[in-house]
Design a protein around this ligand. Structure first.
Ligand SMILES: [Zn+2]
Length: 402
């Protein structure tokens, strides 16, 4: 039996509390979980009255109080059965909740909860005993503390320049991290993440990349290339929590704004990158990190390569070669996503239009990773996300060697 004290709640323990949403900041306007403490086991039910498009995916976290014995919790995702939006054939995220339940540890690390059971529209999960400063989460949320720690680390390094490039619509600063010597480097590589606010892996991967580059092992790569990172573009969402379909911010999908440029976030990155490219070596390649989702049986990971005719053949060839190069070397996926035309208003296509450089949207799986050695599919972990970050960094450098 779950003790009522296990999950933080209001004094009236019968029903509701507002859980922290994906980005940890409680917000009365935010999506809520209804908590039924009388249910055995305790049940968290996602409530999304009119806020989430049918087949949305999401991440949230709830604070836990100290427990001396294991407890079971059920999480239901029932209101998301209807489908709509740009990816209307995506299934309900309830289908993979058993693969994406995580528990935060004291050091900010996340461990995946292994004891999960599928139930209709959700999952039953066993939470091991532990201290009070833990969080239970769907997905592995990243928050402003993670971004700030990375920016502080880069700022402390003599090898990086951290630059405030603008602010998001509600005033949260947006930063770039530039590594390498523009005067001597042979090319510029650009990596970005966080246009979509629930796509947590991107920040963890960029964190790994930047820390590697600034460490001893990164010396050669720092010399050969100028690296420009946009660790998290949609910073309002990270700071304040964001509600509704996680693809959208105030009804606009940032990754469909690279043409209209109606949003300050996209304009900030556009202006910074354009400025940077007036000096230093040419733009060689961009990777824009996202997280995909389709169904329980498909991982949702993949690297975009436009169909023939939708971009100059030379770009298509390089992107296909790079996608294959990574897939042969990393525990990632086996899927090349034939998607993205040069005239689409997304970041990667804008790079192709503006700089004539290969640029790819990299979808990372929320729930399924392919182990290259034996073809097994396993569930995500922080280690796999970090390893992919490093593999992409080293892969990019090695691909352009010579
Ligand atoms: Zn995305």
């Amino acid at each position: 039996m779950c003790k009522p004290s296990m999950i933080n709640q209001e004094k009236d323990s019968t029903t509701r509390f507002t859980v922290q949403d994906s980005w940890v900041t409680p917000d009365p306007l935010g999506p809520e979980m209804e908590v039924d403490l009388r249910h055995e086991p305790v049940r968290l039910q996602y409530r999304s009255p009119g806020k989430l498009q049918g087949n949305s995916w999401y991440a949230f976290s709830a604070d836990l109080e100290a427990t001396s014995e294991p407890h079971e919790v059920e999480i239901l995702w029932p209101e998301l059965r209807s489908s709509s939006g740009e990816y209307a054939d995506n299934h309900s995220f309830a289908d993979v909740l058993d693969r994406v339940m995580f528990l935060s540890e004291r050091n900010g690390h996340w461990q995946r909860l292994e004891q999960t059971t599928r139930i209709p529209d959700g999952v039953r999960v066993v939470i091991p005993p532990g201290p009070s400063d833990r969080r239970l989460a769907v997905g592995m949320p990243v928050d402003m503390d993670d971004l700030n720690a990375l920016l502080a680390h880069a700022d402390d390094s003599e090898h990086a320049r951290v630059e405030r490039i603008g602010t998001a619509a509600l005033g949260t600063p947006i930063h770039a991290v530039v590594v390498g010597d523009a005067a001597r480097a042979e090319g510029t590589l650009v990596i970005s993440a966080g246009q979509h606010y629930s796509e947590w892996a991107g920040l963890r991967m960029v964190d790994e990349m930047i820390r590697f580059l600034l460490g001893e092992q990164g010396e050669l790569l720092r010399k050969r290339f100028r690296w420009i990172f946009y660790p998290w573009i949609n910073t309002d969402a990270l700071a304040l929590g964001c509600h509704g379909d996680p693809l959208y911010t105030q009804d606009l999908n940032l990754n469909r704004d690279w043409g209209p440029f109606e949003r300050p976030e996209t304009r900030a990155v556009r202006d910074h990158l354009t400025r940077e490219m007036t000096r230093g070596p040419k733009l060689v390649h961009l990777l824009d990190l996202h997280m995909g989702w389709h169904s329980r049986d498909t991982c949702g990971a993949g690297m975009t390569v436009p169909e023939e005719g939708n971009a100059p053949q030379a770009l298509i060839d390089v992107q296909m070669a790079f996608a294959n190069y990574v897939m042969e070397r990393a525990d990632y996926t086996d899927f090349v996503w034939r998607h993205g035309a040069l005239d689409r208003p997304n970041f990667a296509s804008w790079i192709g239009r503006c700089f004539g450089a290969p640029a790819q949207t990299v979808e990372i799986s929320r729930h399924r990773w392919r182990m290259r050695a034996d073809g097994r599919w396993v569930s995500p972990s922080p280690e796999l996300e970090r390893a992919l970050g490093r593999a992409l960094l080293l892969g990019l450098a090695a691909f352009y060697e010579g």
